[in-house]
Design a protein around this ligand. Structure first.
Ligand SMILES: [Zn+2]
Ligand SMILES: [Zn+2]
Ligand SMILES: [Zn+2]
Ligand SMILES: [Zn+2]
Length: 192
């Protein structure tokens, strides 16, 4: 026969998600449920990587987006030393346009403060500007082709399949990919 002491806390029914600290939220999308911490930079983020369907290329996972589409995630995955913002390897690893994209897109917690400037990428056929981060395009050698030119090219190939021609034929009309400083053996001095 024991009398419980006054003031003893009545056990609360469980139900409210435990461990949800108030104010904690994904710093990318603001959700407050199912959170984790990024490995690369220790920020709070949705634990949602399983939302991603393999090969869907969807951008519906904060966790994956940060890991795959930011310099922070890349830098960490490649085990570069130091801060990604000052990392020379990251800088040379990507074309400037993509470097800037990966360093400033909405999947970043912190962005590059002074992103380098770059020349827009243009289609080698029609000269249209291609946004490498968002537009469809194809690449051949150092050339880029916009989505519609790539498609036309593909249609051509599908329409009449040329018999075993190696790639390289069908150069676009405006083939002006001459690079400065690449003069070929014009006035090669012969040793006497
Ligand atoms: Zn999120
Ligand atoms: Zn990070
Ligand atoms: Zn790096
Ligand atoms: Zn084009």
């Amino acid at each position: 026969m024991g009398r419980s002491k006054e003031g003893k806390p009545v056990p609360k029914p469980r139900g409210v998600a435990h461990r949800s600290r108030p104010g904690r939220q994904c710093d990318l999308c603001g959700k407050t449920a199912r959170l984790t911490t990024t490995e690369c930079c220790g920020n709070t983020i949705c634990a949602d990587e399983e939302n991603y369907v393999l090969f869907s290329y969807a951008r519906n996972s904060c966790y994956r987006n940060h890991r795959r589409f930011t310099l922070c995630g890349y830098h960490h995955a490649e085990e570069h030393p130091g801060s990604w913002k000052e990392c020379a390897s990251c800088r040379t690893e990507f074309e400037t346009e993509m470097y800037v994209y990966y360093g400033t897109n909405e999947y970043n917690f912190e962005k590059l403060e002074k992103p380098p400037s770059f020349e827009p990428t243009r289609c080698a056929t029609c000269d249209e500007v291609i946004n490498l981060a968002e537009d469809g395009f194809s690449e051949r050698g150092d050339d880029y082709y916009c989505e519609s030119c790539s498609e036309k090219e593909l249609q051509k190939l599908l329409g009449k399949v040329p018999p075993l021609e190696p790639d390289g034929m069908q150069r676009p009309a405006a083939d002006r990919t001459t690079r400065a400083g690449k003069h070929r053996s014009r006035s090669k001095r012969r040793p006497r």
